[in-house]
Every structure is written in structure tokens, then in C-alpha cells.
Ligand binder design. Sequence first.
Ligand SMILES: Nc1nc2c(ncn2[C@@H]2O[C@H](COP(=O)(O)OP(=O)(O)OP(=O)(O)O)[C@@H](O)[C@H]2O)c(=O)[nH]1
Ligand SMILES: [Mg+2]
Length: 539
Amino acid sequence: MVREREPVRYDPGTAGYGVGAETRGLLAAARRAFVPNAWVRAQVDECARRLDQPLRVALAGQLKAGKSTLLNALVGQDIAPTDATECTRLVTWYRNGNAPRVTAFARDGARADVVVRRGRGAEGLPGAHGLTFDLSALRWNAGAPAEVEHLEVEWPSAELAQTTIIDTPGISSLSREVSARTSHLLAPGGGAELPNADAVVYLLRRLDTADVDFLEQIGSAASGAGAGARDGGGVGGPLGVIGVVSRADEIGAGRIDALHSARDVAARFAGELERTGLCQSVIPVAGLLAFAAATLRQREYQAFEVLAGVPTDTLSAALLSADRFARPDLPLPLAPELRAHLAARFGLFGIRLAVTLIRLGVRDSATLAAELTRRSGLDELRAVLDIQFAQRAEELKAHSALTALARILIANPGTEADNLLPRVRTLLADVHGFTELRLLGHLRADELPLPATDLAELHRLIGGAGVATHRRLGLSSHTDLATQRAEALAAVQKWRARARHPLADQLTANACLTAARSAEGLLEILHEPPTTPFARITP
Ligand SMILES: Nc1nc2c(ncn2[C@@H]2O[C@H](COP(=O)(O)OP(=O)(O)OP(=O)(O)O)[C@@H](O)[C@H]2O)c(=O)[nH]1
Ligand SMILES: [Mg+2]
């Protein structure tokens, strides 16, 4: 026991390389300081455990924005309910597990197994609304029935092994209580509450004040992590936020060029959103089509082949609305139930696109599935998720852990752990990876007075196209080390000079300095392969 009462000492020099290692060191020191207080110690332990778990990405947005459908598309299985049952009003965690299992949790930690029902579609095909979680007959482990606080779904999935996905109830002006559950998860208020998500995918169908307010709430919580910690408030929101223009196929009223229209709309959104500095990227995605493509059945492919043989005018007239397309009196060589099924699974745009692709020469279901996925925007979203979140997972998790630790320290003053707080704040303010992420979010918003090619180079250097050295330098992956070193050195010199330019305003000078430090980080890596991804602490 004497060992546990050792004075709290923390030496950054012994913590190993990278912000993850240093965060672990700080958490271990905090744990020793809080040995007499089991409740606080458990909170610190929870922060430490999270560093070893998959990154937590929350899907958020307004009611019916398409969050659960996008989750199903990302996982490639229909696990998230998309019909309007009670369970869509609860925060639901989707984690990798050995066997499918759904558990309801009450606020006090009591738990109950949840019965899962699977809907059926036409002719034995999968239903359009995924699973349903039946909350009507829960048997709680702790006796008395309790109110469900959140659900946890364990499901075998390679995708979930990498990332835990949190599906949130839609933000809505009609239900303050349900919206509060989402706010609470992503941008907790004061007190010792721990933020729950490391990164957010925010779905929008159009930009209105509810979205802006919510994104601002998340943004101020995240940027408050460094500065706000000083006054004890606003500590802890996720650092990574990606915007998705969802249900993109519906924009442009289901025309064949719907995704192009959606891209235009998304580009406008992107401009508006990026000016607010709240999202790092905005991408149009047709989640319904992406999910249907990921789970395309041979039977469905054959149905599209049949439709491809129908005269264009007849088919266009039938596809004016989903109700019309399923009418039994239409002269189409497919059963009405199968037509209704296709409309529910693929949407009208998806049907038009699939038929057009077959007419253009697609000959098998695998090719059709790949092409539909590409055109749904899901591949692009995956690439951005990889660059912004997966490659930055260690930094995003460390940021969550540090903001949580700052919160714990502020809420429980008067122990030796107080001497850890300055170091936690310094890390939050100075870890170069965090600075890069903040700059990526603000780059367009700040409208730096630099030529477009320089802005593109700056964006790339700070990791906007991926964190690998060659990506930051804009070189091919085969480029030899000597060339990469020379390029990195040139970048250091160029961006240092830019930062010192007498006419540069403060914002521009800081951005140029950040780029120069990113390039210096590359030089270090290129001389000595690092043990962890690039996460240097700058003086
Ligand atoms: N056409 C089209 N419909 C979609 C798309 N994504 C979702 N939908 C439909 O929109 C409705 C709502 O989708 P959900 O995925 O349940 O949306 P949500 O945001 O999870 O809804 P809540 O959890 O109730 O707020 C469902 O009927 C979906 O089939 C899409 O990309 N295209
Ligand atoms: Mg939902």
C-alpha cells in the first residue's frame, strides 16, 4: 500500500514517444493521486481503458436525417432500426462482439437483454427497415423495471472492430428531452461528466439554425478544451467533425443526375459550413442506396435486368413516385410486391441508376453493387473517414482522454493531482496533431490571404489528404527517402519564411508556422522511423 501513496510525480521524459504514451503517463499519475477516492479513480480508469478501445464515432443530425441507414451502410449489415419505433429515440452503441446481442441499460447500471426481430421483405428478400429491438418485455437483472437510458448492440463485424459507432436520436425542436440525450453525449456541460465520442459525423439535409446551433455547441466544447479549461467550463467535445449531406439521392427529385445535383448542393453547404469552421469536410451520401448496394441480392439484380428491358417511356412514367411504381395495374413484368420492395430498398433514384447501368453494359450483380456504392458517395465518405479519423485515431482518443482528465481534475481539486493540470492543459494546447486538426477545421473559414496552390499545399502538409509522409508532401508512395527529405526541408524553409513575412497577419502567420512544424515533423520521421503516428509535441 505504501507504493500507492507515492507522491504524484510525472516526468514527460520517461513517458515514451507520442501523445498517447504521455496521456497514459498522466492518467497513471492521476490514478495514484486518487487512490483514496474509489469513485474518481474509476473515472480515471475508464479514461485509460478507452485509449485501448476502438475509436468512438457518433452519427448525429436532425430527425430522419438518415443516421441509422448510414450506419447500416457503413457496417454493411442491417443492424440499426430505421423505422419509427421507440428504440430510435435512444442513444445506441454498436460494438464488435462474438455473437449478436442487444442489451438495454438503465441510468443506475441495471441491464436487461433485448429481443431482436427481423423484418421480412417481398419473396423472402430482406426487409427495408432492418432489425427492430423490442423494448416491451424487458427483464431487468436488478428486479424492479427501470427506464432505459441507452442500448448497446454487440455484433460480429470487421468494421466495428475498428470503430465503435454511436447512433444518436435525431435533434428536434419537438422533443427537447430526446435532443438533450444527443447534446449530452457529444458536448457535455459542466461537472465531471466525460465526453463520450471521439469524433462526429453530422448528417444534414439542408442547413438550418438547429444544425448551426448544434455544430457550434460541439465546436465550442472542443475548442474550449484548451482555453475553457482555465475557467473550468466547456471542457471536452470531439475534435473531429465531418459533415454529410444525407439522403443525397432525394435532392434533384430523383433525377438520374441526382448525385451531381447533390454534389452542387453539398459544395454550397461545404462553403457555408466551412466558413463557420465547424466541419472538416462535407460529403454528399445516398445512404439508402449505399446500404442496398452493399447487400444487393441476385434476385434484385435479376429484377433490374427485367426492368432494363422495359421501354424507357413506360419505365419513366412508372417511376414518377414510389406509390405509382408499386401499382398492380401498371404494365410492368415484375410482381407489384417486388416493385414495392425495390422502391423501399433502393429509392427511385437507385432503381433508375441500376437500370441505366445495366443498359450501359453492366452484366453481373457484383459490378452493379460496386458501381452503385461508388455513386452513392459511400466510398468517398469512407476515404475521408479514414484520413480524418482512422489515421488520427490515437490523437483523437488522446484528446478525448485529456479533456476528460482535465474535467476530472477540475471537479476534484485539493489533491496532489492538481499539479498534473498545467501539463494536461499544455498538451491540449500544444500537441501538434491537435493543432493540425483544429487548423484543418478552420482553414477555409479563416479565408487566409494565400494563393490557391499554397493553400492546397498547406492543407496537404498538415495532413488534409492523409498523414503518411508522402501524402503530406504530395509525392507518390514510391518516392525514395532522400527525395522526401529534400522536399520536407524545402517545405520547412518555405513555410518558416511565410510565417515571418512582415505583411502576414496573425492568423496567416500561425497557419504557416503550423505547416512549417508539420514539415519539421516529417524531417524527424524521415530520419528515424517513428514507433507511433506523427504526434509531436512542439515547444
Ligand atoms: N431516399 C432515401 N431515403 C433515405 C436515405 N436514408 C434514409 N432514408 C429514409 O429516411 C427515413 C429515415 O431514415 P433513418 O435512417 O431511420 O433516419 P434517422 O436519422 O436514423 O432517423 P431518427 O433516428 O428517427 O431520427 C427512412 O424511411 C429511410 O428509409 C437515403 O439516402 N435516401
Ligand atoms: Mg435513427
